[in-house]
Design a protein around this ligand. Structure first.
Ligand code: JCQ
Length: 239
């Protein structure tokens, strides 16, 4: 798949996306990532991307013209244009799976106090938040989205096992895991894991995962009672 990113801080993207599984997915051609500086679509000497809000108030807004020009030059017939910001639908594993199936994403990183509303109205197909906190700009959220969906691309994980075994792990937290040594600083690996009884091990793991989820994240077991309704994904007959 192809991902274009529109940001005021392209240098932030060097590092996190050059390591590990994302690096390998890029090298294998599974992910074609292009990071663009929004200032490349300005025309004035000072490369102005922001302006003061009509009606007054604190802070600055990203002005519409550079964003419209950038998106219009980067998008194609199959592009899903996504604005990253705190007002979006919450980014969950289901959204990562949906994004991983798209041929082309264009991620717009907001900054300052936000973006001119006409970007939302006419340009963005979708708006996504990575959680209820405020960041200085949308670069970290864009990298979170890219990381989460890259590991879902067919072939990205190498072994092909981990991504399917975890269709379970968004309904439930993971069970406790141990590696060698059997005893470390007086702490022993549970006997059941050393027993070689595979059915018993599977039962133990399932029960541990349920207990841990009930104790730490009961909202995952009864989402209708604790999770606010989320806006639906934009309807797209191609998916
Ligand atoms: C994303 N959770 C928090 C900050 C405005 C679109 O406009 C804005 C974007 C940002 C950056 O994103 C976040 C964020 N998910 O702060 C302000």
């Amino acid at each position: 798949m192809k991902i274009d990113v529109l940001t005021l801080f392209p240098a932030m993207f060097a590092g996190p996306l050059d390591e590990s599984i994302v690096r390998r997915a890029r090298d294998q051609g599974l992910l074609e990532l292009r990071v663009h500086n929004l200032r490349d679509w300005t025309h004035d000497r000072h490369k102005t991307v922001d302006d003061r809000p009509f009606g007054g108030g604190p802070g600055m807004l990203l002005k519409p013209e550079p964003i419209f020009e950038a998106v219009e030059s980067l998008r194609g017939a199959e592009t899903h244009v996504v604005l990253l910001g705190p007002a979006g639908r919450v980014f969950r594993q289901a959204v990562a799976r949906e994004f991983a199936r798209r041929p082309h994403l264009l991620l717009i990183c907001g900054s300052y106090e936000g973006v001119d509303e006409r970007v939302r109205e006419r340009l963005a197909d979708d708006e996504v938040s990575i959680g209820d906190y405020v960041l200085t700009n949308g670069a970290l959220p864009a990298m979170v989205v890219i990381d989460a969906l890259t590991r879902l691309l067919p072939g990205a994980l190498g072994d092909g096992q981990s991504a399917s075994e975890e269709s379970f792990s968004q309904d439930c937290l993971e069970y406790p895991q141990y590696t060698r040594p059997v005893e470390f600083r007086g702490l022993r690996v549970p006997d059941v894991l050393l027993s070689g009884h595979h059915a018993e091990i599977a039962r133990w793991r399932a029960s541990q995962a349920r207990r841990r989820t009930r104790e730490r994240r009961p909202d995952l077991l009864a989402p209708e009672e604790s999770t606010p309704p989320q806006p639906n994904e934009p309807t797209d007959p191609s998916l």
